[in-house]
Design a protein around this ligand. Structure first.
Ligand code: FPP
Length: 234
């Protein structure tokens, strides 16, 4: 990857439930397998020229799922990140969680604080986990924070620029994904990184997230590198 620009890859990991059903397993087994895929992709990403990875683990809409499945995903997040922590630290991975933390279960908030704190000095891959995340909620939170600064007299409406607004977003300073991958066959963005993906290349894959491998990522990246990125210019 010498000489190639490092990339920020964002992923909507869809299809865990369908993969489990296809294998005669309960839906939650698909999430467990999906977490293993995250592990393998995190390990492979730096060698493929990826410097930041943002994965959609739980959306603001996912609370509508049965309570047992919601509890399982939350518990899976806590147990896997806790298990992976020594390896993540060894690899220099810097983990950040984006999303509305306020309503997350206490054990999840504690695990999030621990993993962020212990990986804060990581100088390798930036791994952003979107947990209770919604793109609109992120934009509204940024607007609210800016308005509060205006009310407090520390910011002024006429000073607001796109760059300034970006600085209030949860994902800053890793903001813009070069490419967004969605597995599972649906062609939509589902409230993921709405502001940040303005210029991202989109890749919709029919395979289910548990079927995704580092080789899949490598082939998407080579297609990405072959695409002509013009940002609206000729
Ligand atoms: C979407 O598949 C997947 C989720 C809502 C959960 C994804 C969570 C993980 C892979 C665990 C992440 C853990 C870490 C440590 C980052 P779906 O259930 O919507 O699948 P379906 O469309 O087939 O029903």
């Amino acid at each position: 990857m010498e000489g190639e620009r490092k990339l920020h890859v964002a992923i909507v990991m869809d299809g865990n439930g369908r993969w489990a059903v296809q294998h005669g397993l309960p839906r939650v087994a698909g999430h467990r397998q999906g977490a293993q895929v995250v592990h393998d992709v995190v390990a492979a990403a730096p060698g493929l020229g990826v410097s930041a990875l943002t994965v959609f683990a739980f959306s603001t809409e996912n609370w509508k799922r049965p309570k047992e499945e919601v509890d399982f995903i939350m518990q899976l997040f806590v147990s896997t990140v806790t298990k992976w922590l020594p390896e993540l630290m060894e690899r220099g991975v810097k983990v950040r969680v984006i999303g509305n933390r306020g309503v997350l279960p206490g054990a999840v908030r504690t695990a999030v604080a621990a993993i962020e704190g212990k990986t804060a000095s990581g100088s390798g891959l930036h791994l952003n986990v979107a947990l209770n995340y919604g793109g609109r909620a992120e934009i509204v939170a940024a607007a609210r924070e800016f308005s509060e600064a205006c009310t407090a007299g520390t910011a002024f409406p006429h000073d607001l620029t796109e760059d300034r607004f970006s600085s209030y977003l949860w994902l800053a300073p890793d903001t813009e994904p070069d490419l967004v991958i969605r597995t599972g066959g649906e062609r939509r963005v589902s409230n993921f990184l709405l502001w940040e993906m303005a210029y991202s290349e989109l890749f919709f894959l029919d395979l289910l997230w548990p079927e995704f491998t580092p080789d899949t990522l490598a082939s998407v990246l080579s297609e990405f590198r072959a695409r002509d990125r013009r940002f609206g210019a000729l």
